[in-house]
Design a protein around this ligand. Structure first.
Ligand SMILES: Cc1ncc(COP(=O)(O)O)c(C=O)c1O
Length: 362
C-alpha cells in the first residue's frame, strides 16, 4: 500500500509513514530488506476477500502446517503476534501462582522478556557471555540458578542478538535434561534459518518431548514479515496448553496467517534471503577488514563490529549520512550492530564507513 492511500484523517500519520519509507536506510532492527516475494503479496491481496470473518480457520491451517514442518502434532504449536507475543505468554505461564520468579539471561542479549517479567516480581540475573566465543556461559548460568529455590525462567537466544554468536547445543541440552521441573527454558531461535554451522541445531524436538522447554520462531526475520506479526512456539502439549491460557484474543489476522502459510510453502524465500545475506555479509566483512575494525563472527543477518570510539556519536553520524544503525550496548563498548540490508545498501554503507575513516571518525 502506498502511503498516499492512507485516509487523510490524520495527515501526520501519512507524513511519518512517508518519512519512514523515504528516510534513512533501516539497518537497525534486523529486518529483511528484500521485502515480500510476489507469492506472499498475492496471498495477502487474496486474503482481503475474507477480512470480514474471524481468523479461526486460517489459524488452524497455519498451526497444522507448522506442526508438519517440525514433525510434531498440532497440540505442540502455539502461534501469536510475533515471537515476542510468545515471550510475553511464557512469563505468566511460569510466574502465575508464585510470589517470585527468577529470570536468568545473558548480557548482552535480546532484552524483551525482562520487560514482560518485571510486573511479576522477578529477580533478574544477568550472566555475561563467554569470551572470546560470545557463547552463553552455560556453567555460570547454571550456577546462578542453582543458588536459589524460586522457579526460574532461563532465556537463551541462539544465535544471540546482538552478537550474532552461537551457543553450542550439547551443554545446554544436558542442563535442560537435568534441570528440575521448576525451570522453564525459553530458547529463542529467531535467527535459526540463517545458521550454517555443524555445531548448531534446533531444540524443537526436545521442546515437543519435554514440558520444561519451549522453542520460539518468527516470520519477522528471514520471511520478511516483521510488520505482519506472526511467531510461534514449539512446546510439549501441557506447556502449550499453559501458554495458550495467556493468548491475547484470536491470534494474528487472517491476512497474516495466509501470508505465513504461503511463505512456508514458497521454497524460494529462504534461498533468496540467504544468498543476499551472504553477499551483504561479505561486503561488510571486507570493509571491516580493510579498515582494521574488529567484529564478532556472525551467524545471523547482522554484524556486531568495532567503531573505535563513541557509539552514540557514531550512530548519530550514520543517521546524518542516511543509515539507521543499532543502539549502543553498554557491555560491548565501542561496538555497533549493523543489520544486513541488500547488497546495494551495504555497498553504500561501506563507502560511508570509508568516508568516516578519512575523517578520522572510526
Ligand atoms: C532474538 C529475537 N527474538 C525476537 C525478536 C522479535 O521478533 P518478533 O517480530 O517475532 O516479535 C527479535 C527481533 O529483533 C529478536 O532479535
Amino acid at each position: 500500500m502506498s502511503p498516499k492511500a492512507i485516509p487523510a484523517v490524520r495527515p501526520s500519520y501519512q507524513d511519518r509513514l512517508t518519512a519512514a519509507r523515504e528516510g534513512p536506510v533501516r539497518l537497525t532492527s534486523n529486518e529483511n530488506r528484500m521485502g515480500l516475494p510476489q507469492s506472499v503479496r498475492k496471498a495477502i491481496v487474496e486474503a482481503f476477500e475474507d477480512a470480514n470473518i474471524y481468523p479461526d480457520d486460517s489459524g488452524v491451517f497455519l498451526t497444522e502446517a507448522l506442526a508438519d514442518r517440525h514433525g510434531i502434532e498440532f497440540e505442540g504449536i502455539v502461534h501469536g503476534h510475533g515471537s515476542t507475543d510468545l515471550l510475553r505468554m511464557a512469563v505468566p505461564s511460569l510466574a502465575v501462582g508464585h510470589s517470585r520468579i527468577r529470570l536468568v539471561m545473558a548480557d548482552p542479549t535480546f532484552e524483551q522478556i525482562a520487560g514482560y517479567a518485571e510486573p511479576y516480581g522477578v529477580d533478574l540475573l544477568h550472566v555475561p557471555l563467554e569470551r572470546p566465543s560470545w557463547a552463553h556461559d552455560i556453567d555460570a548460568m547454571r550456577q546462578a540458578v542453582d543458588e536459589g529455590s524460586d522457579p526460574a525462567l532461563v532465556y537463551i537466544c541462539n544465535p544471540n542478538n546482538p552478537t550474532g554468536s552461537l551457543t553450542p547445543v550439547p551443554p545446554l541440552e544436558e542442563w535442560i535434561l537435568e534441570a528440575p521441573e521448576s525451570h522453564l527454558f525459553v530458547i529463542d531461535e529467531a535467527y535459526f534459518e540463517y545458521v550454517d554451522d555443524p555445531r548448531y541445531r534446533s531444540l524443537d524436538r526436545l521442546a515437543w518431548e519435554r514440558p520444561n522447554v519451549v522453542v520460539l520462531r518468527t516470520f519477522s526475520k528471514i520471511y520478511a514479515m516483521a510488520g505482519l506479526r506472526v511467531g510461534y512456539a514449539v512446546a510439549h502439549p501441557h506447556t502449550a496448553a499453559r501458554l495458550k491460557q495467556f493468548k491475547s484474543g484470536r491470534g494474528p489476522s487472517h491476512t497474516s496467517n495466509m501470508a505465513a502459510l504461503t511463505a512456508l510453502a514458497d521454497g524460494q524465500i529462504i534461498r533468496r534471503a540467504l544468498d543476499a545475506n551472504r553477499e551483504s555479509k561479505g561486503i561488510v566483512l571486507e570493509v571491516l577488514d580493510e579498515l582494521g575494525l574488529g567484529h564478532i563472527e556472525s551467524h545471523t543477518n547482522f554484524v556486531m563490529h568495532d567503531v573505535h570510539g563513541d557509539v552514540p556519536l557514531y550512530v548519530e553520524r550514520m543517521e546524518e549520512a542516511g543509515f539507521l544503525v543499532g543502539r549502543p550496548f553498554p557491555s560491548v563498548p565501542s561496538y555497533n550492530r549493523v543489520s544486513l540490508g541488500t547488497p546495494a545498501e551495504m555497498r553504500s554503507w561501506a563507502d560511508t564507513l570509508r568516508s568516516f575513516r578519512e575523517r578520522g571518525w572510526v
